[in-house]
Design a binder for this molecule. Structure first.
Ligand code: SF4
Length: 314
């Protein structure tokens, strides 16, 4: 990998759609094609306005309150997952549910249930109010405590310090989470950590790639929605690595003032950002005097998830 020449744009690989986002969007499209609109989706299927607007145009209706869904309707759960209470409410309302929860979020739910069954107090590292965190907390509401920062660790009270387990949101900063886990383990040396990371492969790969990008480019632009946890983490990781980093929803938000001191600009995109937005941002940079574009290939990905059984062709 060579450093970009002056006035070049370097585009990170891995970037953009992850397997879970493609899976969720494919499910909504397939359900719309097969059953026709309207199709209700609990919460934005993924945190990206462009993706949701396109699906809205095809007949998807995004709701957060199941009371708004007429009895007997088709309801899709978003990639972020839901709590058992939401599943139960959908059953009570006699909705036909198709689950687009990312399988890597479901893996965390299964871990939480297993720890709860085995009598552990569970510490969930994540961001309060994020829809994925609400879904995970709902799997063991009486046994789970949310930990957002290292400072949250000291006041934690548990029933048995030898029966503490840790699970995490899938889209956290790898480095910050490592620090929080270390702090938990200082207080509870026997704390169980899942054998395989809860922070998903896509989050880890995009953070690894943006670190490399930030080491080469003084300015890094992350394309993604304000609501996207993993896109926000990419901005933080790039900033910590020394770059001037900005989160933009699309190329139209690039402020030419940012470019003055930057000979090389790095571009990456959150896991719910369509590639078309990346290409449009590159075009905008071309028009602003950055004609050369090169890929910075740091991590290759080839993960896909099979569709839910009920949507596979016979
Ligand atoms: Fe799944 Fe990770 Fe993508 Fe979230 S970011 S949808 S957990 S693969």
């Amino acid at each position: 990998m060579s450093s970009p020449e002056p006035n070049k744009v370097a585009v990170a690989q891995a970037r953009g759609f992850c397997a879970g986002v493609s899976y969720a969007i494919d499910i909504v499209n397939l359900v719309l094609e097969r059953y026709g609109p309207p199709v209700y989706v609990r919460h934005e299927i993924v945190h990206n306005r462009y993706v949701c607007d396109e699906l809205r145009g095809k007949g998807a209706i995004f709701i957060d309150d199941l009371a708004l869904v007429p009895k007997g309707s088709l309801l899709i759960f978003s990639a972020h997952g839901v709590s058992p209470a939401v599943r139960e409410e959908a059953r009570r309302r006699e909705l036909r549910v198709i689950d687009a929860t990312c399988p890597l979020v479901t893996k965390v739910h299964v871990e939480a249930l297993r720890y709860a069954r085995d009598g552990y107090d569970i510490l969930l590292i994540g961001h309060r109010g994020h829809v994925e965190v609400e879904g995970t907390l709902g799997h063991a509401p009486d046994l789970m405590q949310l930990v957002e920062t290292v400072a949250d660790v000291e006041p934690i009270q548990v029933r048995d310090p030898n029966k503490v387990a840790i699970v995490t949101q899938t889209t956290l900063s790898v480095d910050d989470t490592r620090d929080i886990i270390a702090a938990i383990r200082r207080r509870f040396p026997a704390a169980q950590v899942p054998k395989k990371d809860d922070i998903c492969y896509a989050t880890q790969n995009r953070q690894t790639a943006v670190k490399e990008l930030a080491s080469r480019c003084p300015l890094v632009l992350v394309i993604g929605s304000l609501a996207s946890s993993n896109a926000n983490r990419l901005v933080e990781v790039a900033s910590k690595a020394g770059a001037d980093a900005h989160l933009i929803e699309d190329g139209g938000q690039i402020d030419p003032v940012w470019l003055h001191s930057a000979s090389a600009i790095g571009i990456t995109a959150g896991a719910s950002t369509p590639e078309a937005l990346v290409q449009a941002a590159i075009e905008r940079l071309r028009s602003l005097g950055y004609p050369a574009v090169e890929d910075l290939r740091v991590v290759e990905e080839n993960i896909t998830f099979p569709l839910p059984r009920e949507l596979r062709l016979p």
